[in-house]
Design a protein around this ligand. Sequence first.
Ligand SMILES: [Zn+2]
Length: 300
Amino acid sequence: MSVIPWFSIVFAQLVDRLLKRRLHHGLLLTGPAGIGKYELARALAKTMLCKSPDNEGPCEQCQSCALFDASTHPDYGELTSDKQLGVDKIREGISRLNATSQLSGSKVLIIPVADSMTESAANALLKTLEEPTDNTFIILVTDRMAQLLPTIVSRCEKHILSRPHTEVALQWLRDQGIHNATQALLDAYGGAPLRVQSALEEGASGVSYVQYQEGLETLLEGNNDAVSLATKWQDSAATIVDWLQQYAHQAYLQDNSPPMFNLYQSCIRSRQVLLNPGVNKIMILSSLLAEVKRPANRLG
Ligand SMILES: [Zn+2]
């Protein structure tokens, strides 16, 4: 199991403490979305469960590693929910932690979106964090630590994780087979490489970043009009607005032009409007695209 390169140091430190039996039973991994916190949590969980881990992590040979890879490990659980994570799910997860380990090793529970816990769910978890059973680990993952109960945060060992440097992130994306990633694309996703990855994978049904760039170029060259692009892109409206916002931001940083500042503001407003059901996406997009075109015309 390869750990995401920018987390290799923190992973090695945590594994070292695990091997020395000095790792806290409640870990909280926090930081921006899309930087790989959940993947780090899983790598840790697999190491915690492995029968013969070493400084590199899990052995990849034992029964436990095989069960983990097959997503059938009896002593491992993830608590997720489409909506809020309620007290019933937490109780169910905790009862598995309290049961005897089926493989006579550790038991691990990951809560991938810890900020989705209801208050009563958090309170139920709190008891387990305060009085842990032997060989159990709970790993909480969140993009929004401020949404967690302070008592939960104070019972966990916190790791505040950061975005990777641009070059590291772009190299990783290339290693994943994404060769057309650029700094602009990375910036459009807040510097979070895993967000870029999933956006490009989703691209099959919507507009890919490359298609967007090409479309924008034809618009600026006067070979396309705002309404037909907006019509073509309406199903990916929110993504297009994010990309346009980033475009305006970059352009404004370069030349301080007021129209780009206005476009940036319009994108923020449009992003809000798009949250309402039944809005006219073509109208919103075409008005933004017309704004993109205007300053270019003036320069030309
Ligand atoms: Zn193993």
